[in-house]
Design a protein around this ligand. Sequence first.
Ligand code: SF4
Length: 347
Amino acid sequence: MQLADVPSLRAALLTWYHANKRDLPWRRTEDPYAIWVSEIMLQQTRVAAVIDHFKIFMDRLPTVTALALASEQEVLALWSGLGYYRRARMMHKAAQSLVANHQNALPSTSVDLRKLSGIGAYTSAAIASIAHGEPIAVVDGNVERVICRLAGWEEASGAGATAQDREIGSLANRLLDPAHPGDFNQAMMELGATICLPRNPQCTACPLFTECKTRGEHKTTPRPKMQSRPIGYALVLRKTRSRQATQEVLLEQRPAAQSVMPGLWELPMLNTPEVPEEDLLLAVRHSIMQVNYNVQVRSATAKTVRAHTVEGGERHWISLTQAASLPLTGLARKILKRLELLPAALS
Ligand code: SF4
């Protein structure tokens, strides 16, 4: 790409962004904490799923201090449904270290931000450029795709990937508008998310059409193959004897050796995933990373549950109202919602 083209590319992209950007809650603020929360939530999670979680999280924990003082269970409960819970745990740990060592505030440079738990090159560049105007390019998967197509490079993977990552980062920094780094970075990400789509780029609507080397004539990276796996859970309910006669559900926390989500609450897991038709309450699909789980839920009673489920987790009877505010796994929340067992306002 000729450097002479760069000023017109910047102008075209920023004009397009200001006219077309989606109105997202984290775009109405320059608060570094809010930008941090949104960027961590957005990693590997769809924007639509993040919007409500972000609003509730910021309502309950609006500052670094509030996050640091919250219990891990509360943080995980607010994260429930977003998946990849390690992100929430690391953010919580980073907030505690900021309160202990940095006067409750995030550092303002990308270099210092990277010293915090869970903040890498992408997140540090996003916070520093958007909140503090540091001229550093953000390179996420969307930006990477746009840059490769603009420059006419094939997307590399495996052996060539690291060298190409460096070239992509270097070109992204040359294109970055140093006068508006936050808006420019968000514009590149927005273009990748809404126009320069992985499989079907909308080139005729693209503000960079004139400068682009490929204009849709690129090789598409094949979509990774999803695996399919059956899995089953037991739903056990009981009525309390109190005057309100509330309903309780049997939930468990499984140890790290048995669960990819230790510390989160889930339904007891069945020892055989397939459920006889007469006991089948619900069949639902749930995807985690590259796996499509075909989930079957069977009804069981307090007496029969041991015979059907894998033991080893710590089980408790929890009222359905309380369950809604616990850190449930995304799948447990989905099952309870589909069966209309969670109070609507809290689910
Ligand atoms: S012209 Fe097409 S391929 Fe090129 S950047 Fe725009 S949307 Fe992507």
